[in-house]
Design a protein around this ligand. Structure first.
Ligand code: RFL
Ligand code: PHB
Length: 406
């Protein structure tokens, strides 16, 4: 078998890449380890940046998102017995976030690929990557061979792509946090209209939502926490303790449909390319979810990769492909910093002494009282604008090589 781009992984990155390439007349095959049902049910992110929404709408996969997604024009930071609204409409006018489950994005993309006759294969659990340092890379799986011009590693943090790159090529940057998030999906009407990020002495809590009937919550828990120690009653009691801290706020409770524990980690692999293998999304980098950025960053990578591949097929030029890693990593590091910053602002660190706790509260007071500080939060949370496709790469290609390793 042969295709132009072999894509490993049918998460948001792999599916969107396949769809955007199709719109540019480029063929791909997507190979996914899990079943369709599994990927369509996997509960994860919920906050889409304005740019992510615009990308999905422009690609023709935003119809249900526009109908069912919940536009939000602010978030609340809750601490010290009071709630403080960060108003996007005032600080970054005309831009909003949209609350829409990642698995809904995945369902919409799968439906679009299948209705366009796309080649999407599920339950392929033995993908191997070959000859990526040649012009004829290929993938093998289930006794078959798929010859490709390029391979896109969109297989998430634990995928096979990144680990197929020879040792010594990548530099990996890691920040492990000493806590995890216990995530809960519950059949209950949200108790707040906007997301509530709560900092308490007992740890962080987040109230998010999916619809008028379904709410999403997260609790900071110890890093190696066993979910078995969290029966539903304990989860509700802890959420109430951490969220019912302002006058008049009562948390409604309901049936818990799903719960899981996710470690908190920042990670970047550089460069995001080796030969003809290009890494995109969580395969190349992850962020702690406090800034709601992982899915949005995957979309940003895929936009850059699509432009680069389209340029190659239109003109034979590799200038955008050569700049792929550098272009993506600029945004990746901005988002790493923002996610680290939000995490540090809102979580309780056991290692913090009384001095550091005072600093954290002062930092929160500053963010909620200074227009400049609140704007910095708002513009990062809503999502910074995309770089114009390749503008800088063409400039750099003509100029002297720069200092950065990528
Ligand atoms: P994914 O979604 O992990 O998809 C990778 C796909 O590759 C498959 N795969 C393989 N397929 C074939 N062969 C192999 N060897 C394979 N190995 C793996 C996997 O089965 C999977 O289908 O990566 P992608 O596409 O890069 O997308 C990234 C996002 O999923 C991730 O960044 C976000 O979910 C992160 N995230 C959030 N991001 C946001 O933008 N906003 C949020 O509000 C937000 N909240 C979150 C989050 C992630 C969370 N968890 C559980 C990690 C909240 C949580 C709790
Ligand atoms: C979610 O709704 O899943 C969500 C919202 C905001 C975050 C992380 C996750 O920062």
């Amino acid at each position: 078998m042969r295709t132009q781009v072999g894509i490993i992984g049918a998460g948001p990155a792999g599916l969107l890449l396949a769809h955007l390439l199709h719109l540019r007349g480029i063929d791909s095959v997507v190979l996914e380890r899990r079943s369709r049902d599994y990927v369509e049910r996997r509960v994860r992110a919920g906050v889409l940046e304005q740019g992510t929404v615009d990308t999905l709408v422009a690609a023709g996969v935003g119809e249900r998102l526009q109908r069912e997604g919940l536009p939000h024009r602010g978030i609340e930071l809750r601490y010290g017995g009071a709630g403080h609204r960060v108003s996007f409409e005032r600080l970054v006018p005309g831009r909003a976030i949209t609350v829409y489950g990642q698995q809904e994005v995945v369902k919409d993309l799968i439906a679009a690929r299948l209705s366009a006759g796309g080649d999407l294969r599920f339950e392929v659990d033995d993908v191997a990557v070959h000859a990526i340092d040649t012009a004829r890379p290929y993938l093998t799986f289930g006794g078959e061979r798929l010859d490709c011009d390029f391979i896109a590693g969109c297989d998430g943090f634990h995928g096979v792509s990144r680990s197929s790159i020879p040792p010594g090529v990548l530099t990996e940057y890691v920040r492990d946090y000493p806590f995890s998030w216990l995530g809960v999906l519950a059949r209950v009407k949200p108790s707040a209209e906007e997301l509530v990020y709560a900092r308490t002495e007992r740890g962080f809590a987040l109230h998010s939502m999916r619809s008028a009937e379904v709410s999403r919550f997260y609790l900071q828990v110890p890093a190696d926490e066993n979910i078995a120690g969290w029966p539903d009653e304990r989860i509700w009691a802890e959420l109430k303790t951490r969220l019912e801290t302002v006058p008049g706020f009562t948390l409604a409770t309901g049936e818990i449909m799903e719960k899981s524990v996710t470690p908190m980690r920042g990670f970047v692999a550089e460069p995001m390319r080796y030969g003809r293998l290009y890494l995109a999304g969580d395969a190349a980098h992850i962020v702690p979810p406090t800034g709601a950025k992982g899915l949005n960053l995957a979309v940003a990578d895929v936009r850059v990769l699509t432009e680069a591949l389209a340029r190659f097929y239109e003109s034979g030029s590799t200038v955008l492909l050569d700049g792929y890693s550098r272009t993506c990593l600029k945004r990746v590091w901005r988002v790493q910093h923002f996610s680290w910053w939000m995490t540090t602002l809102l979580h309780t660190f056991d290692s913090d002494d009384a001095y550091e706790r005072r600093l954290q509260l002062s930092h929160l007071d500053y963010v909620t009282s200074s227009e400049a500080a609140a704007t910095a939060l708002a513009e990062n949370y809503i999502g910074l604008p995309y770089e114009e496709a390749g503008a800088e790469d063409e400039h750099v290609a003509r100029a002297e090589p720069r200092e950065e390793p990528w």
